[in-house]
Design a protein around this ligand. Structure first.
Ligand code: F0G
Length: 481
């Protein structure tokens, strides 16, 4: 898709695939949307999908599958032990990533659970370029703690820095020296760093991280869930590697990592997950946990059909046409919003377009969950479901005080190959309306707050009747839809 240049000079992303299976959508009226979001406790995770017009909650498990993936699912070999499908998937991972062993797990957080069980003990420290919600929860449940040592640019919402997911090498060195290498369970690098807006690391930076880990004898673990986006950005933005093929870049990244794990709900456009390594000792250590928590070693909680689809999906991830679709649609969406003065994360990353809620609703204090309030307001104004990535997604400190997030983002995920450009334009239009009317958006408070990963099930209430007022203004300006 990045091959096409327009005669008119316009910059429109063009798909290198066509839609052959469709799913009907419905758009509720503004009144029905008001009821739906209030029934959902103002938490977009608790909305029913039938009440959602465009589901931009996540890319997890909802990427469009290819005809080749669907065809592969028909020849899956089902058996508890020794499945041919597993052998095929393991061989495909070796071919694509150069790793010797593949340990299957039912999804990404299952890999994190096993890695935390194997490496983290009370008092352990895990430095990383940035945390992810489930990763941090598993590390802290095992008695460890997370320290974030990204470059300073990671925290700048509006920037031109191409690799905001880079590790701050000096900060990492200081963290290792401060805690002592013996207490560092592992260093974790996250590809396409999720919580700071799908931002990539550079291959040059990963090389420096690996050199430092080797110097101190610390394992380097790569979270490759968003590797597809990161591969695209290395090819596009890192001069030194612009002539490398996608698969050569992928193999180099994996050669630098002692262990690689991923959510197959994201990478590979299927549903599942896995851990890869070439290190015999790590393999033996991790292997024990698979039958205990996931399933036998040749399925690990996955359906064999999904494993077949994953093998094909991983192979397709090495195609530039495939991996460029998401980032280019996201760049288009972020660009259209930026043109209209709406605050978004820049440079645009992978995964989704991220609105800067702290600037969008700058009249709301962080204690009133601006990104959560914006997520509820955008659903009201459009039927689009986004995901809060801010203070609601944090856990309280051990003393019960609120831990304010570094950023308050509303993520509008664009699952791969799912939405059309007109749907993206509709979303941009409704965000513009909301921005004009942003002063009507009020805060939220918890009415039910779970202790762990509260953003999944927590219920919130508006602090005033702002939602009724916003709905009335919408009806006056745009009618029922
Ligand atoms: N690591 C990263 C970077 C992720 O983005 C996710 C999931 C996981 C690990 C866990 O994988 O969901 O298969 O258990 N991210 C999803 C999201 C949930 O919506 O961003 P999982």
């Amino acid at each position: 898709m990045n091959k096409v240049r327009f005669y008119s000079g316009e910059a429109i992303p063009v798909e290198m695939h066509k839609v052959r299976i469709v799913q009907k959508l419905s758009l509720l009226t503004i009144g029905e949307r008001l009821t739906a979001i209030q029934m959902a406790g103002n938490n977009t995770f608790l909305l029913r999908n039938r009440d959602v017009y465009l589901d931009m909650l996540t890319d997890s498990g909802v990427n469009a599958m290819s005809d080749r993936q669907l065809a592969a699912m028909m020849e899956a070999d089902d058996s508890y032990a020794g499945s041919e499908t597993f052998a095929k998937l393991e061989a495909k991972c070796t071919e694509l990533f150069g790793t010797k062993y593949f340990l299957p797990a039912h999804q990404g957080r299952a890999c994190e659970h096993i890695l935390a069980k194997a490496f983290v003990t009370p008092g352990s420290v895990v430095p990383m370029n940035y945390h992810f919600t489930t990763t941090k929860a598993h590390i802290t449940l095992c008695g460890g703690s997370v320290v974030e040592t990204p470059i300073d640019e990671a925290y700048q919402i509006a920037s031109t820095y191409p690799f905001k997911g880079n590790m701050g090498i000096d900060k990492l060195r200081r963290a290792v020296e401060e805690h002592g290498a013996g207490r560092i369970a592992f260093v974790r690098m996250e590809a396409g760093t999720n919580l700071i807006g799908g931002q990539p690391f550079s291959l040059g930076n990963l090389e420096q991280v690996k050199a430092l880990c080797d110097q101190f004898g610390i394992p380097l673990i790569l979270d490759a869930s968003l590797l597809a986006d990161n591969l695209y950005f290395i090819k596009e933005r890192e001069e030194k590697y612009k002539d490398w093929s996608v698969s050569k870049i992928a193999r180099r990244i994996c050669a630098l990592s002692d262990i690689i794990y991923f959510s197959g709900r994201k990478l590979g456009c299927a549903r599942g997950g896995g851990i890869m390594t070439s290190n015999e000792e790590y393999y033996q250590k991790l292997r024990e946990f698979i039958p205990l928590y996931e399933g036998f070693l040749t399925y690990g909680g996955m359906s064999v059909r999904e494993m077949e689809a994953m093998a094909v999906g991983l192979e397709e991830t090495m195609e530039l046409d495939m991996i460029s679709h998401g980032p280019q649609f996201i760049a288009y969406m972020a660009g259209e919003l930026e043109k209209r003065g709406i605050p978004v994360v820049t440079p645009p990353g992978g995964l989704g377009c991220h609105l800067d809620a702290m600037a969008f609703v700058d009249h709301l204090p962080q204690e009133q969950y601006p990104a959560g309030a914006l997520a509820a307001a955008l659903y009201l104004a459009s039927g689009v479901r986004g995901m809060e990535r801010g203070t609601l997604s944090e856990q309280r400190e051990p003393d019960g005080s609120e831990r304010l997030a570094d950023m308050e983002l509303l993520r509008l995920a664009l699952p791969r190959r799912v939405f059309t450009l007109s749907q993206v334009k509709y979303t941009v239009d409704r965000i513009c309306w909301l921005y004009e009317n942003r002063r009507l958006i009020g805060g939220l408070k918890f009415v039910e707050e779970p202790a762990t990963l509260r953003f999944f099930f927590g219920r919130l209430a508006p602090l005033s009747d702002w939602q009724e007022k916003l709905a009335a203004k919408y009806r006056a300006d745009l009618g029922e839809y």
